[in-house]
Design a binder for this molecule. Structure first.
Ligand code: PGA
Length: 256
């Protein structure tokens, strides 16, 4: 990470776990553990139904609340969908977009991810855009091509100012929930590839300002090593974000 150029952000992705009462309990456990940590932004991305409870529980602490998806249209006949404005009013300041589970199980494409990111930005919500290769793609040696293409398509049409407000999470699909973590060199390399793509699309200064997280089995035991890399500006944490002590340890590894 490079704190002088960009923000370090540790975000928990709770996935489909915890009800509002469970959310309050976990945040209340977490708050004293991260009290006084500076140098990184802390976010919990919770199920839609937990957003208000989480925001209330986070009050007075450094922890911010995010969602895990957003519909790209502003309003209308889209049964079951949630708009960016709805998220904003409930207190979500961030939203995970294009997570590999959504790509895998719900057919999300880079084009849809791009529309969602635009909707989030228009509402003043920070999108956390996920990209990453499958195991097969890594084995075939096409990680760079895949991740570069995803980055280009997901950022299509965004202005330089918009891009500086985006967080990108590099999440190799083979490392998510598997216990297999990318090595810190692999994480640094691909986060660097993403930064280069942004430099080519925009300019070097913009690329240096974008927060690029690593996600995939980040835990207390490997966080410091991953976060020590120049191009890794934080983490998107799944499993370990559901255990207050583990999430707090990762926050401390990122903070000062
Ligand atoms: P994991 O999940 O930390 O459980 O591997 C990461 C993610 O899905 O964002």
């Amino acid at each position: 990470m490079n704190r002088e150029l960009r923000k370090t952000v540790i975000a928990g992705n709770w996935k489909m776990n915890l009800t509002p009462s469970g959310a309050r309990k976990l945040i209340n456990e977490l708050k004293p553990l991260i009290d006084g940590v500076t140098g990184c932004d802390i976010v919990v991305c919770v199920p839609f139904t937990d957003i208000e409870a989480a925001r209330e529980a986070c009050e007075g602490s450094a922890v911010k609340v995010g969602a895990q998806n957003v519909h790209f249209e502003a309003k209308g006949a889209f049964t079951g969908e949630i708009s960016a404005e709805m998220l904003k009013e409930c207190g979500a300041e961030y939203v995970v977009i294009g997570h590999s589970e959504r790509r895998q199980y719900f057919g999300e494409t880079d084009q849809v991810v791009n529309l969602r990111a635009k909707a989030a930005l228009a509402a003043g919500i920070t999108p956390i855009i996920c990209v990453g290769e499958l195991l097969k793609e890594r084995e075939e040696g096409i990680t760079e091509e895949i991740v570069s293409m995803q980055t280009k398509l997901c950022l299509a049409g965004l202005s330089c100012e918009d891009v500086k407000r985006v967080i990108i999470a590099y999440e190799p699909v083979w490392a998510i929930g598997t216990g297999k973590t990318a090595t810190s060199d692999q994480a640094d390399e691909v986060c660097g590839i993403i930064r280069n793509v942004i430099a080519k699309l925009y300019d070097g200064k913009t690329a240096e300002a974008v927060t690029i997280q690593y996600g995939g089995s980040m835990k207390p035991g490997n966080a410091a090593e991953l976060l020590g890399k120049y191009n890794v500006d934080g983490g998107l944490i799944g499993g370990a974000s559901l255990v207050a002590g583990d999430f707090a340890a990762i926050v401390k590894a990122a903070g000062q």
